[in-house]
Design a protein around this ligand. Structure first.
Ligand SMILES: Cc1cc2nc3c(=O)[nH]c(=O)nc-3n(C[C@H](O)[C@H](O)[C@H](O)COP(=O)(O)O)c2cc1C
Length: 198
């Protein structure tokens, strides 16, 4: 009996091969799920470069992203390279889409207010005009905090897209809203977004 690989309807209709995906990972427990997302994107033949915040690296190592994407992971604003290239400008220009997964309350606040104090926030600021997809992940109280909701609304008004968060069991042990969307759902949102550009 021959084995056939069943593709989802979404995968059949759209192609993200050669799409340059800049994956931003911030310091939430769901950072481990971003490794699966990076792997799924690479499998779909997208080119993936990852930026991790200092706090993201407390949850998951840069090596995991390097290994699944076959690409360097960027962590510092002030790193020296042989070629003179400004990291955040270079990365923002390279990206066809920026995907922030997981997005902490902190990075959401920073990008809603134009703060640029690390490589991830500065690159997103420099990526103005590019599609940015945000997958928040946090405790329910944090998500429902009016300050966080205000930042989310600001970003939506500015054209940033959101996927999730979902409701269910959270890493802190609570049940409620704040779960990062599953990698498959984020992948589908990327495919949907990139199909708008075609
Ligand atoms: C164990 C632990 C789990 C955390 N989980 C989350 C989380 O799921 N979402 C969130 O917004 N912040 C979470 N935080 C807090 C962030 O790590 C903190 O706000 C940090 O400043 C975020 O930095 P970054 O946005 O630069 O990565 C957690 C902190 C700890 C110690």
């Amino acid at each position: 009996m021959s084995r056939t690989i069943k593709k989802s309807k979404m995968e059949q209709n759209y192609n993200i091969a050669e799409l340059n995906v800049l994956l931003g990972v911030s310091g939430a427990i769901a950072a481990y799920k971003a490794v699966d997302l990076a792997s799924k994107l690479t499998k779909a033949k997208a080119a993936v470069k990852t930026i991790m915040t200092k706090n993201a690296r407390r949850f998951v190592g840069a090596k995991s992203f390097e290994a699944v994407t076959n690409s360097a992971v960027f962590t510092k604003m002030w790193h020296t390279s042989d070629e003179y290239k400004i990291g955040h400008i270079n990365l923002s220009q390279w990206a066809d889409i920026v995907v922030l997964a997981p997005a902490t309350a902190n990075i959401i606040a920073k990008i809603a207010n134009g703060l640029c104090d690390d490589l991830l926030s500065t690159t997103i600021c420099a990526a103005f005009g590019k599609p940015v997809l945000i997958a928040p992940a946090m405790n329910s109280n944090m998500w429902q905090n009016p300050a966080v909701q205000k930042n989310v609304e600001t970003l939506k008004e500015m054209g940033f897209e959101f996927v999730g968060p979902g409701t269910g069991r959270l890493a802190c042990g609570d049940d409620g809203i704040g779960r990062m969307a599953e990698p498959k759902e984020i992948l589908e949102a990327i495919i949907k977004n990139s199909s708008k550009e075609q």
